[in-house]
Design a protein. Structure first.
Length: 237
């Protein structure tokens, strides 16, 4: 599957020998350098058309080195997809950590999420390919990492519910709804080629989720109608 959406930047050319072969670098560093270049290759050419010899040439290493580190093309691809999600969560953590107010931290996290994927379209392409090509996996990499990183957001929502800043809704419902909104907006925006600025997407979602679409008057009217229906039901019973 050759990608027609992702547009790579100028070819980076082979990574200098010192970046990959330098014996002073640890194996984890070497693997990360391989994964970074693999992400670009897979996103550009698609899994089927990605040639590991091309990857080895770009890195100025032997093809056997790739198999020594990852075992197979499939394992390399899945490791690259995992690298994509580690990087997005590391980015969001770094951006939100200095923000003290929990509500502002959530806003900052939403902005960081859309900004990251806008700056790294190859990451979106990797997640799309994984979902399309490895449907037999129990859970896609995106959702494995999402579940692993929910505890801090879960704590923030609980803190705000206890402080009376957020409605007393089951926290898992809030997390699932927010997660679905962000995930859907990110993928749809990429697939249809929207040119909307990531800050505008984030602000639109924040405004609707935090403020809702109903006016205070409409909310009061709906609450009144609901009470009337319940009272009528009790009388009939």
């Amino acid at each position: 599957m050759v990608n027609t959406l992702y547009r790579p930047g100028p070819a980076s050319g082979p990574v200098p020998d010192s970046k990959v072969r330098d014996g002073s670098r640890s194996n984890p560093d070497r693997k990360e350098a391989i994964l970074d270049e693999a992400i670009r290759l897979f996103a550009d050419r698609g899994y089927a058309e990605a040639d590991l010899q091309v990857l080895a040439d770009r890195l100025d290493i032997g093809k056997g080195t790739l198999y020594r580190h990852f075992g197979s093309k499939e394992k390399l691809f899945l490791a690259a997809a995992d690298r994509v999600m580690r990087r997005i969560h590391e980015h969001i953590t770094a951006v939100t950590a200095p923000v003290a107010d929990p509500l502002e931290r959530i806003e900052t996290g939403i902005h960081a999420y859309f900004r990251y994927f806008a700056d790294h379209p190859e990451s979106v392409e990797m997640l799309i390919q994984e979902r399309a090509l490895f449907r037999d996996r129990k859970r896609p990499t995106y959702f494995v990492h999402r579940e692993a990183n929910l505890d801090r957001w879960r704590s923030l929502y609980r803190e705000m519910i206890e402080a009376g800043r957020v409605r007393d809704i089951p926290v898992e419902q809030i997390l699932d709804t927010m997660g679905d909104l962000l995930y859907g907006a990110m993928f749809v925006g990429y697939l249809v080629g929207r040119r909307e600025e990531p800050a505008a997407v984030a602000t639109r979602i924040i405004n609707i989720v935090f403020g809702g679409i109903l006016t205070d008057g409409e909310k009061a009217a709906r609450q009144g109608a609901g009470k009337a229906r319940r009272a009528s039901g009790r009388k009939k019973a």
